[in-house]
Design a protein around this ligand. Structure first.
Ligand code: SME
Length: 162
């Protein structure tokens, strides 16, 4: 398979329709979780050129463990309730952080990062199996619309995560 460049529209409904299509194309039929998450992180990175880090952390016991990602090396384990990712896991709520310096307990992986979004990923029964984490060098780069759009666009992963 070769990747075909696409141009993402600004308008958010059209943007998320294309992102959903691209995720289905490059990760939708994959039965191996690592392969699906690797291509999903790449697709999302293409869609968010201002993101400096896009990746997944997976629930393993009492920790989130680093999964496939795009970006600089990052912390490999995050405790329950720790940092932005652990907060999303513990609270069950997506986190949209406009300025990471203002988030108590934020775990810095790249000092250029200003904003961050973390989306909990759920099994059909509601249990959280991992999170998507995305960072940007721009302040307030992610919005509540992104929270909604990413949550829906990534729901397909529950098939392979189960
Ligand atoms: N900032 C995250 C840690 C992971 S890196 O951003 C890739 C956090 O506070 O949980």
């Amino acid at each position: 398979m070769s990747y075909v460049e696409v141009e993402y529209p600004q308008e958010r409904d059209a943007f998320y329709a294309l992102l959903t299509e691209q995720l289905a194309l490059y990760a939708g039929d994959e039965d191996d979780l690592t392969a699906a998450l690797a291509n999903a992180s790449s697709v999302i990175r293409q869609a968010f050129p201002q993101a400096n880090w896009v990746g997944f952390y997976l629930v393993k016991g009492e920790e989130l463990v680093l999964g496939p990602f795009q970006g600089k090396p990052a912390v490999s384990r995050i405790g329950y309730g720790k940092g932005v990712c652990g907060t999303a896991w513990k609270s069950g709520e997506a986190q949209v952080v406009e300025e990471v310096a203002c988030f108590a307990g934020h775990i810095a992986c790249d000092c250029n990062t200003h904003s961050e979004i973390v989306i909990p990923l759920r099994q059909a029964d509601g249990a959280i199996w991992g999170v998507l984490d995305m960072d940007s060098v721009l302040p307030a780069h992610f919005t509540q619309r992104d929270r909604e759009g990413l949550t829906k666009a990534l729901a397909f992963l529950r098939r392979v995560a189960g």
